[in-house]
Design a protein around this ligand. Structure first.
Ligand code: NAD
Length: 372
């Protein structure tokens, strides 16, 4: 467990006002560390804040990535999450062709119980003190209203409703839809969806919108969600077959679209899949790096998550365009996700590598070229 970090964490436990510490050197030995430029710890016990801001790279531009509010079991688990997520943002933005680096913040707290105006105020103070090194946005546990609240108090808050790009989900769904079709085209030579059977796990903001698009083009849907109201609506609106729990994994479908949880593709779940393609919006779908190879061994084409789900960050990045945000500029860029995925699929075939390994190589090539 945490030897180097814990004492500092403990020392700060008595703080009544915000203290910010550069913990980059301390976290360098942790799993997930990848030459991160800077990692900050912000702690304010009185206002209930323990926040880690992780800046992976600023080579391509300012480090952008959402703030996740999550009750991690330990401080170390929170740091590792921030390290991995910020590295993922570097890859996501690089491969989407955006002039942005990778950053991410994790607030260790239960968003339902612990998120208070005082805590968000302390966090806004931390963002102020970082003087624009990090641009934040929504993530799990952080709502649009929270982003608006922060934006009133701190610079570099993107994705707000007031003058910002607002809800990213429709663009994430659009990118997932065109990416799913690119995978189908690569596999079958056609991207016609009529009669194609798609299993969608998770009918939230992205999954629902994806279902609408799939249904409009004649796909046959099987869906699952913990929320029975949503599944009932999907059955009514899309004629979807509803399955419960893990049954979505073994559903008799051509394409599986995970739009709920991370870590869904593992040694345990991959053998259950009947789909020949996995193309969905969920973040961090592979439980481990080996799971990319497990998919290949089963003949399953995988659309790397951070490539196919980049629609949201493409939308946020449009806020930084000269002349400000324009919604009309976003869709054509999101559509390009299809070309990017096609290039990844072709290179993976050519080089006999997994699609996720090729995507990472391509992202690192873009960053290294800019570094030089
Ligand atoms: N919203 C975006 O713009 C965006 C961008 C990039 C990635 N993502 C990722 O896409 C996924 C979906 O995002 P969202 O914004 O639609 O989230 P959301 O919270 O709106 O929806 C998630 C849905 O999944 C359901 N769910 C949770 N656990 C489930 C389970 N075990 N089985 C079936 N359903 C389950 C929930 O009930 C909910 O309806 C997440 O992994 C998110 O990180 C979202």
């Amino acid at each position: 467990m945490l030897n180097v970090l814990e004492p500092r964490h403990q020392k700060l436990a008595g703080a009544t006002t915000l203290e910010i510490t550069d913990i980059t050197a301390d976290v360098a030995r942790l799993d997930g560390f990848d030459r991160h430029e800077q990692v900050w710890l912000g702690r304010d016990t009185a206002r209930g804040l323990t926040a880690i801001v992780s800046i992976h790279t600023t080579v391509l531009g300012p480090a952008l990535g959402g703030t996740r509010i999550w009750p991690h079991v330990s401080f170390e688990a929170g740091v590792i999450d921030a390290l991995r997520l910020s590295r993922g943002m570097t890859f996501k933005s690089a491969i989407a062709g955006l002039p942005l680096g990778g950053g991410k913040a994790v607030i260790i707290a239960d968003a339902k119980k612990d998120k208070t105006p005082a805590m968000l105020e302390a966090y806004a103070e931390m963002l102020n003190k970082l003087q624009g090194q990090y641009i934040t946005a929504e993530d799990v546990g952080m709502t649009l209203a929270d982003a608006d609240f922060l934006a009133e108090r701190a610079p570099n808050v993107s994705g707000t409703t007031k003058g910002g790009s607002g809800n990213p989900s429709p663009f994430t769904a659009q990118g997932t839809f065109v990416g799913l079709k690119a995978a189908l085209r690569h596999r079958t030579g056609s991207d016609a969806l009529s009669g194609v059977r798609v299993g969608v796990q998770g009918l939230g903001s992205v999954g629902w919108s994806l279902c609408e698009k799939l249904h409009a083009e004649g796909a046959v849907l099987t869906v699952s969600d913990l929320d029975v109201v949503r599944t009932a609506r999907a059955a009514e609106k899309f004629g979807a077959t509803v399955v419960s729990g893990d049954a979505i994994l073994s559903a008799d479908v051509d394409i599986f679209a995970p739009c709920a949880l991370g870590g869904i593709l593992s040694a345990e779940t991959i053998p259950q899949l009947k789909a020949g393609i996995v193309a969905g919006a969920a973040n961090n779908q592979l439980a481990t790096a080996e799971d990319g190879m497990r998919l290949v061994e089963r003949g399953i084409l995988y659309a790397p998550d951070y490539v196919i789900n980049a629609g949201g960050v493409i939308n946020v990045a449009a806020e930084m365009a000269e002349g400000g945000y324009s919604v009309g500029a976003v869709s054509p860029r999101v559509e390009k996700i299809a070309d990017t995925l096609a290039a990844i699929f072709q290179r993976a075939d050519r080089e006999g590598r997994t699609t996720d390994a090729v995507a990472e190589t391509m992202a690192r090539e873009i960053v290294e070229a800019a570094r030089k």
